[in-house]
Ligand binder design. Sequence first.
Ligand code: FAD
Length: 574
Amino acid sequence: TAAYETHEHDVLIIGAGGAGLRAAIEALSQGVSVGVVCKSLLGKAHTVMAEGGIAAAMANVDASDNWRAHFRDTMRGGKFLNNWRMAQLHAQEAPERVRELEQWGALFDRTENGEILQRAFGGHTFKRLCHVGDRTGLEMIRTLQDRGVHQGIDVYMECTITRLLKDGDRIAGAFGYWREQGRFVVFKAKSVVICTGGIGKAWKITSNSWEYTGDGMALAYDAGADLMDMEFVQFHPTGMVWPPGVQGILVTEAVRGEGGVLRNKDGERFMERYDPKKLELSTRDVVARSIYTEVREGRGTEHGGAFLDISHKPAEYVKRKLPSMYHQFMELADVDITKGPMEVGPTCHYMMGGIRVDAESAQSSIPGLFAAGESAAGLHGANRLGGNSLSDLLVFGRRAGLAAAEYAKRSMAPAIDSSQIGDAERQMLLPFERSGGESPYAIHDDLQGVMQSFVGIFRNEEDLRRALSEIDKLKERASRVHVEGSRLFNPGWHLARDLQSMLTIAEAVTRSAVARRESRGAHSRIDYLALDDAWGKVHNIVVKRADTMTLVETPVLEMPDELNQLLAEEGGAK
Ligand code: FAD
């Protein structure tokens, strides 16, 4: 490895969102050396965009809340496909993680007696989301950065990891490049934690930013790790639909949490038909399908959405509780949300599936490789409840950091053979060497079109099969991708690499979606409309075998009797 710039750490964390930073803080506290790599500038991760809040059963507003109720809501929301142990740990540990964040300096909105204020959100029985107006993620990232970065974590910004390196079966580090210079870099590490977030950029309409191309999931898959529950992609019910340039940008669920009402073009409050009990605060899968159906059946707004209205609340209240939404609509759509409704429609938002991990340690199926946050699977099952991601980052970010540090402490330094590195370098240089090949931008556009049209909110066998054959063609085109220019900040070259990840993950999603012949949570098959008990007992696992993407069914972990009873006792209908 002498030919390459090399950095060595006990624990290497890929991704500097909430999960990565929380993992880094914990690993550092164990006395090991920690490096964090991220694709963009520090502080730009997805987590910073989170608006609505962090779910934790603190019982500050509704005294009856407790971890059991949070556990039950999470399992119900996930249609019981969740890893029960993760759901239990998450519900039990989230309040402590939020209090810790507060001790580290996070300033939450407050109740009259000075406790952290909590708001209502879809699928949560009690007012449970701790928040800072509609800028919760910003406060969370600010706090974690303050806590972590100044205490000795080495941060490598604007550096994209393109391959995991192994020593036999175990992890040994990662290979990447500096986005600005295009130079290659090697990280040696005893353990690696993947915290790279989601895959939204494979769809055309998405709330996600350019960074979310499924890299971490694809890196893990390429290294031989199992991916799980890949068919479960969350479409958030409310993204902006107009003007076209802002389509997909998120309209936080906090609008509904604060009393926002959905209506169709006839002024009808249509959620009364789809979920008369929970109305706008039904789970996201249900609300997204309802809006989609209204539009498809001709009751949509002029620009193909629904109306979301909070203007019945006092203007001052709206501006205080939803400042970002107020500015977002004023600046981007010229709409004053204190005076009239917003136009909204579904947008690709969150990946429930991801790297399969152990509940306690967050370790993947590869020794020394851990994963947490949106890139990991398990906690959310078939559908995530709003607010349960930020709490997931804190609970499992911490667990992953701790376990990765412990693993590093009991391991010898791994060896990395230079052929792996040479191969990773060759892969990266190929797009420059071809002449007259395909443009990465054109392939990306086409992929987004395919995923949007055929692997969206409603699915059927024919569309999914068509998507698979289109993805095959796109993969073939991507093998001929060509980029002009040099390695100095070259966005086309970056996209050429990101495309590889997106294509791998798009294929994993589509194959899993074909296999699951039922409708459950975010996965709706119009050719198999019902929930099927047999499918409730298995996960689809995607794994690379002899270079071929292979699907394996694995049984859902059996829940202990006392938790089963807990779900039954408190009315957790299956
Ligand atoms: P991210 O915060 O997405 O960070 C990923 C990191 O990985 C980044 O630093 C990125 O640069 C890095 N990275 C990626 N690929 C590479 C690579 N190849 N090499 C190096 N680095 C890489 N959830 C809630 O619970 N409550 C909310 O209110 C809420 N609101 C949301 C609002 C919006 C607009 C969006 C988009 C999401 C929202 N979510 C919310 C979901 C939640 O914000 C995300 O799921 C969560 O922040 C993901 O955190 P993470 O740490 O897993 O990854």
